[in-house]
Design a protein around this ligand. Structure first.
Ligand code: UTP
Length: 296
């Protein structure tokens, strides 16, 4: 019997340099996809997967993020006075119960592995999820929920995996797996950001994980790896031989890399087109753009 996953870590302490100058004062995770900040998509996905405790790894300049989850009584009273029940409901859905959220500061951006390790005192001997809010996944069944269901069968640790173009392997952790065609694959090795010619496959790890508490222990013992950062991949890889095992899970859904400008724009268009209230106007605009580009 695997233990239920009820805690999730959201590392949001990165500098977000790819979105400068916007991220000079706006945390990347607060940037909006249609009308919701990235972090809201991540929270909704976690809730759907049964997560009850939310741990944010934050840093200097991210106070907008912690403010976002507070109740907003003045705004709520105003919407009530103006009789706007739909907006009021949308607002209330973002409220988080006091005590459900914890914020841990990462004093310096020392990499994803270090960010996760900052939550060690809040995650004891239980498995935990890690969600990177930059990776937004559109799916009928939310990605983490799919993983929680698969994890109930495997235990150990699990990473979300998807195929990427061979020239992109150098941007991801890449898996070497048994039973490559299956949805749940046993991992033989993990390589951080290999060049195309050194990559064992084109199966990339993206920002959803369910990790054994042993990974937290491994992180504590690690020195800086590739790029001078403490790598989460290294700590997970420590579980492959002699540990509880690692599985890659091919999730169903479309992932958008909202940590990159092109990915964010693609997600904006896709999520806009998926919204009944926006679809027609947006589709007409895109068709018009195509037409005028075809003529030039
Ligand atoms: P990224 O590699 O996307 O880095 O981090 P970044 O700083 O957010 O963005 P760029 O590359 O400078 O534009 C992946 C995730 O890990 C978190 C980030 O907040 C993001 O959610 N992270 C990264 C930390 O919490 N701490 C770190 O030290 C590094």
């Amino acid at each position: 019997m695997t233990r239920k996953v009820t805690k999730a870590i959201f590392p949001v302490a990165g500098l977000g340099t790819r979105f400068l100058p916007a991220t000079k004062s706006v945390p990347k995770e607060i940037m909006t996809l249609v009308d919701r900040p990235l972090i809201q998509y991540a929270i909704d996905e976690a809730r759907a997967a049964g997560i009850e405790e939310f741990v944010f790894i934050t840093s200097r300049g991210k106070s907008a993020l912690s403010d976002y989850f507070d109740d907003s009584p003045i705004l709520e009273a105003e919407l009530e006075r103006k009789n706007k029940p739909e907006l009021l409901e949308a607002l209330r859905r973002t409220n988080m119960e006091s005590g459900q959220i914890a914020y841990v500061r990462q004093a310096r951006a020392r990499g994803l592995g270090h960010a996760v390790a900052c939550a060690r005192r809040l995650v004891h001997d239980e498995p935990f999820a890690v969600i990177l809010p930059d990776d937004v996944i559109a799916a009928d069944t939310p990605c983490l929920q799919q993983m929680v269901e698969a994890y109930a069968e495997t235990g150990g640790s699990m990473v979300a995996a998807m195929e990427v173009a061979p020239e992109k392997t150098s941007s991801y952790g890449i898996l070497d797996v048994e039973d490559a065609g299956k949805q749940t694959m046993k991992v033989r090795a993990m390589v951080e950001k290999p060049a195309a010619e050194d990559a064992p496959s084109n199966l990339a790890v993206i920002g959803r994980y369910i990790l054994s508490p042993r990974v937290m222990q491994n992180l504590n013992g690690l020195d800086a790896g590739a790029g001078g950062e403490i790598q989460l991949t290294d700590a997970i890889a420590g579980e492959i031989d002699g540990g509880e095992g690692v599985h890659g899970y091919r999730f169903e859904g479309q992932r958008y890399d909202c940590g990159s400008k092109a990915g964010f724009l693609q997600a904006t268009v896709a999520f806009g087109l998926a919204r009944p209230d926006l679809r027609d106007e947006l589709a007409a605009f895109i068709a018009e753009l195509n037409l005028s580009q075809g003529q030039s």
